[in-house]
Design a protein. Sequence first.
Lengths: 358, 358
Amino acid sequence: MPRRATTLDQVAASAGVSRMTASRALNNQPGVSTEVRERILRIANELGYVPNRAARDLAAGRPRVIGLLCADMHAPFVAEIISGAVRAARSAGYEVLLYSLLEPHEELREGVAPLLARSTQGVISTVVHRHDHLPQLRAAGVQVVNIENPEGGGSTVTADHYNGARSALRHLLELGHRRIGYIGSHDEMISSRERRRAWEDVQREQGLPRDRQLLVKGDNTQATGFLAAQRLLALPSPPTAIFANNDPTALGVLEAARLLGVRVPRDLSVVGFDDVPQAAQSHPPLTTVRQPLEQMGRSAVNTLLALLAGIDPVAPIITFPTELVVRGSTAAPRKGKLSLHRQRKGAGEGPDEDAREV
Amino acid sequence: MPRRATTLDQVAASAGVSRMTASRALNNQPGVSTEVRERILRIANELGYVPNRAARDLAAGRPRVIGLLCADMHAPFVAEIISGAVRAARSAGYEVLLYSLLEPHEELREGVAPLLARSTQGVISTVVHRHDHLPQLRAAGVQVVNIENPEGGGSTVTADHYNGARSALRHLLELGHRRIGYIGSHDEMISSRERRRAWEDVQREQGLPRDRQLLVKGDNTQATGFLAAQRLLALPSPPTAIFANNDPTALGVLEAARLLGVRVPRDLSVVGFDDVPQAAQSHPPLTTVRQPLEQMGRSAVNTLLALLAGIDPVAPIITFPTELVVRGSTAAPRKGKLSLHRQRKGAGEGPDEDAREV
DNA sequence: ATGAAAGCGCTAACAA
DNA sequence: TTGTTAGCGCTTTCAT
């Protein structure tokens, strides 16, 4: 059985100093001579000393813990955010407590907010699709830094969805595309709204035909990307390029194109958003817009830590630039019109009838 | 600013009892009359009392915390496991500390094991592809329950990969398939080895042709599924069904089939493993084998808690049954041989040359 | 630069 | 059934 762990007192005794000197040395605080400090550190190491968090937190009056509130652990982007957050937190001597909402749309259960208030010093929230949990947390006295969701007020770390979308659209324009379809999503997420706004602005600025049929609503899944693409490609004058609100949607577009005999990128260019791992593995590999998620996770923690230290953040909203990742799903449009003669091929068993129901 | 939180002393004072009585009442311990207990609970609630974890952990001599060691947060299955674990832990009054290794193959960094030993009572490990971190943790005196990785010894919660794979293969056999290809993975994961063993056993038991060409090695990604499928379908006598080691691989097979003009499920049946969210969204939707991941996460926590309470687990390895999810990618094979005349169609830009390199 | 004293908020052990 | 007494291991504050 693990006999009692080494305590600070033991380290201090071994080093022949008081407990307080040992504490200071181990916490990188001033007031210890270099020589003594080194001896303490060496002895602590030899003894395998690891501070007792509970005691430390209790004495300090606040836990060195950051809460991480996650709504949908499945969302491909949370993984990277979490990695970044955990890394930043740990290197600052903080632990990360995980609070995953069980259902993506679940309310913050009764009592979670006060519990977080008591067990953590602050919370990073990756809940993007609703923001009514924020007032609850704030009422309980927790500092919150949001990721991707500036709406609840307070500090937010986000990516530049608007300009990211614009960079994707600029890429398509530079290739020569003039009819660019857009598959959007629910507008509850600001990221989706921003991306759509970029598309609308570009349409206007470029004097492109204001054809509302080029905008189809999806829900960020491959399934609706598939259906929406069928709808767009069945248009009398189909787009030569489709910008999808996210990668799964774009992968659905690729699928629909293949089913309809529309070749990507020869007959149709496709751009996604997020750069999920599969984006590089599709055929053709997907051109998409990458967010620096790991960095955003780190930044969120650092912002929170600054807030806790009483340092006002540089800005309430910290926006990170995105990066266009050009792969194989985009090319210049063909000169002629999209040939439609192969369209219905092989679609016998497909959900053709539903294509209009998107 | 959040004024000082309510303490146990305040609750006790308000209720007119000693601190200890209040403590007992709030911890569901015996030795408090029903009447007094109810009054204490009511007052605690009114005052918004939330126990201070640090104080509690310090006094009790052990933290009510479980560590969750994750290797690859991207892996689609960890999300569900985590949800289950967090739910079970919290309902037992434990917090979950997240330790995510930054790289999937990263060593357990120096100091992490003792740190876990100090900050948690036990650890759930979802690190499946290596097990050298286990001795480290155990040496530091941490109880560990593994998920999906029985190899380091100790308690393990896993799914029945062997019989899961068999159920998939039985499904194909019942449909009438006799030439069944298998796309495997690195054998460092026991799950992969078990699934392959099932395929080999079935081949043997059924007296199916022992054709080593039917087994292709992949690496659990869509990209290699794509390549491996091309290789299988280019065989002189191609399989009528392909069992893939996991869903991404199977999705790659679907992609390759589409490219080659091989219709699924008419010309080729495809089965995956895991039931990732996209499996239901592919075209056709993927027949696959589902693991009860959420339940496994819960079970891992409960096993750990039992271990901590000194209760020996029922068995060192707890195996959960899997469930075959039949969707649209499987059907009876066609009577004739797979027609190959359309195979090279549209593959002009594809990575045909690489198909053999899988 | 170092140390002594005090106490964080709770629970374990024992007493009544 | 209830209360009292001692800490848990650390940091804070104030001394030296």
